[in-house]
Design a protein around this ligand. Structure first.
Ligand code: BMA
Length: 313
């Protein structure tokens, strides 16, 4: 099963007129609201410190996007994120919009200061910061919230890079689940998906927030293979149990998208497709992804076909 790329990819490219988004725009979050698709993208305007900010674009059809503002809608403000805000994901939960993102407390290119932070908003313009939600000392990215409480608790997935080894019950960076009563304190951390196949053997991480269907939660994720000191990012899919999402019902044995087009093979990095947003339009799942850390792209699939395939694995 493969995703179908949109023929006019990329859907968003760097904008030379605004310095903060002049070099790269990628890894977008999306949300469908009031008949419009909103896309929050990560933007780069310099390579010295590689500090990321977020911009906002909007579309009526999910294909043609226009920028909403010449200014970032979100940028470093607090000490814990002063070296950058990266890789947004957005979830509608109890009538509010929640943004999870990577907050860098140390220089971004170093990577070791990465943790995941939470902010809420009603209008995608004004944000209320709610601090770091991943555990102390975990180098943590790819954090997504489920769009509703499950068994009366909030649920998230996250990917603590340094939680590997016998004491963590996983040999490679994996997707972990955690639960909360208030979105602040998170407990019962447990690895639920570990790298399995060669194409995802180095590390895996959640993509967009899980999508609810009557058969289970669909989780689109990225898998990384390390080959000759280079990382190749591909996309996989899994089906998680509705009432106990720590239980994986099935999981793709092969990638559903992998770097193939020029814009995915060459950019600020090479060989990267990195999904972070999805919307359902006319029974097709639109999956928005970053290509080679340079542009925003789209690939789609019929939702029922994806579920049938996952159920049959
Ligand atoms: C990951 C993150 C992503 C990036 C990807 C590919 O570790 O840094 O933001 O898109 O690598 O470079």
């Amino acid at each position: 099963m493969k995703l179908r790329r949109y023929k006019d990819n990329p859907i968003l490219k760097p904008n030379e007129n605004n310095w903060w988004e002049s070099k790269a725009v990628f890894n977008p979050a999306t949300i469908y609201k009031d008949g419009l698709v909103y896309l929050i993208y990560r933007a780069i305007g310099e390579y010295e410190n590689y500090i990321s900010r977020f911009g906002l674009a909007v579309s009526r059809d999910g294909l043609n996007f226009e920028r909403v503002s010449n200014e970032p809608i979100f940028e470093p403000q607090e000490e814990y994120e002063r070296w950058g805000c990266e890789d947004p994901r957005i979830t509608e939960l109890e009538g509010k919009l929640y943004l999870t993102y990577v907050a860098h407390s140390k220089p971004a290119l170093n990577g070791s200061g990465a943790r995941s932070a939470l902010a809420s908003t009603q209008d995608l313009r004004n944000f209320k910061r709610q601090w770091i939600i991943t555990p102390d000392r975990a180098i943590d990215r790819d954090t997504v919230l489920f769009p509703e409480k499950i068994n009366n608790r909030y649920v998230m997935l996250h990917r603590p890079l340094n939680w590997v080894g016998p004491e963590y019950n996983t040999d490679n960076p994996s997707i972990w689940i955690a639960y909360s009563n208030d979105l602040k304190e998170w407990f019962n951390h447990k690895p639920i998906m570990k790298p399995q196949k060669t194409w995802e053997s180095y590390k895996i991480g959640a993509g967009p927030p899980p999508i609810k269907t009557e058969y289970g939660w669909i989780l689109i994720y990225h898998g990384v293979e390390r080959k000759r000191e280079k990382n190749i990012y591909r996309v996989g899919a899994a089906l998680l149990d509705l009432s106990d999402p720590s239980r994986i019902i099935s999981r793709s044995d092969e990638p559903i998208l992998e770097p193939q087009e020029e814009y995915e093979k060459k950019g600020d990095t090479q060989d990267v497709v990195f999904p972070e947003g999805s919307v359902l339009l006319d029974e097709r799942l639109y999956i928005y992804y970053g290509a080679a850390d340079k542009t925003c792209c789209l690939a789609t699939i019929n939702l029922k076909d994806l579920i049938d395939w996952l159920k049959g694995l």
